[in-house]
Design a protein around this ligand. Structure first.
Ligand code: MN
Length: 233
């Protein structure tokens, strides 16, 4: 009888120990998962603006490359337990590899989501109203965004972003930077991004970046952009 009780107590202690160890290792190795999200449409779905060969190479080679190199750059470092937003907030202290590849991963993931084969038209609801208030009209907004995209020298991105007060602004960034980074000229959360690297348009548009920018409006997924805008209000 006595022996049975002792064995039971011993078993209990072992089980408590195992639980405690499990909890301990969980908190120590809190790593953030970074998904490689599928393209939300087929390669030829945005054909009216972007040809399928460009989509295929852009998604499978460029985007995948940034993603893989981002994971490699943070492997075994304290950045494994940080979200992308946290990494961007102190990116000036990180290596060029982290800055470029974390940016490339995040920027493209956003870019795929804010386009749709059923896109185009004008933003409605709260976003449509905010665009009219901030820029005067949707046409004025388009002109200002196109200018930001066209005048970004070399490689980079044009953005519609939301500042800390929830207000819209247009900006552009070089390379794979974005407005979430502490190095950005104007900081905020991007809700719409346009990739103006040559790899994004050269097969169809060659040197005519302006034609590519003009066609972008036909595939913008405004409901998705509005969802992101509303989440920041
Ligand atoms: Mn790109």
């Amino acid at each position: 009888m006595k022996k049975t009780i002792l064995v039971s107590i011993f078993a209990l202690l072992i089980s408590f120990g195992a639980q405690a160890q499990k909890l301990g290792s969980l908190s120590e190795s809190k790593t953030v998962e970074h998904p490689f999200n599928p393209l939300p449409y087929s390669y030829d779905a945005l054909e009216k603006a972007i040809d399928s060969e460009t989509m295929n190479i852009h998604y499978n080679k460029h985007f995948r490359g940034y993603y893989n190199n981002f994971l490699k750059a943070i492997e075994g470092t304290e950045l494994q337990s940080k979200s992308l937003e946290e990494i961007f907030a102190s990116v000036s202290k990180q290596s060029t590899a982290v800055r470029n590849n974390a940016g490339g991963y995040f920027n493209h993931d956003l870019f795929w989501q804010v386009m749709s084969p059923n896109g185009g038209g004008e933003p409605q609801g709260s976003l449509g109203k905010a665009i009219a208030e901030s820029f005067g009209s949707f046409d004025n907004f388009k002109s200002a965004f196109e200018k930001a995209a066209a005048t970004r020298f070399g490689s980079g991105w044009a953005w519609l972003a939301v500042d800390e007060q929830g207000k819209l602004f247009i900006t552009s960034t070089p390379n794979q930077d974005n407005p979430l980074m502490d190095v950005a000229e104007k900081q905020g959360t991007p809700i719409l991004g346009l990739d103006v690297w040559e790899h994004a348009y050269y097969l169809r548009y060659q040197n005519m970046r302006g034609s590519y920018i003009g066609k972008f409006w036909e595939v913008v997924n405004w409901p998705e952009v509005e969802k992101r805008f509303n989440a920041l209000q």
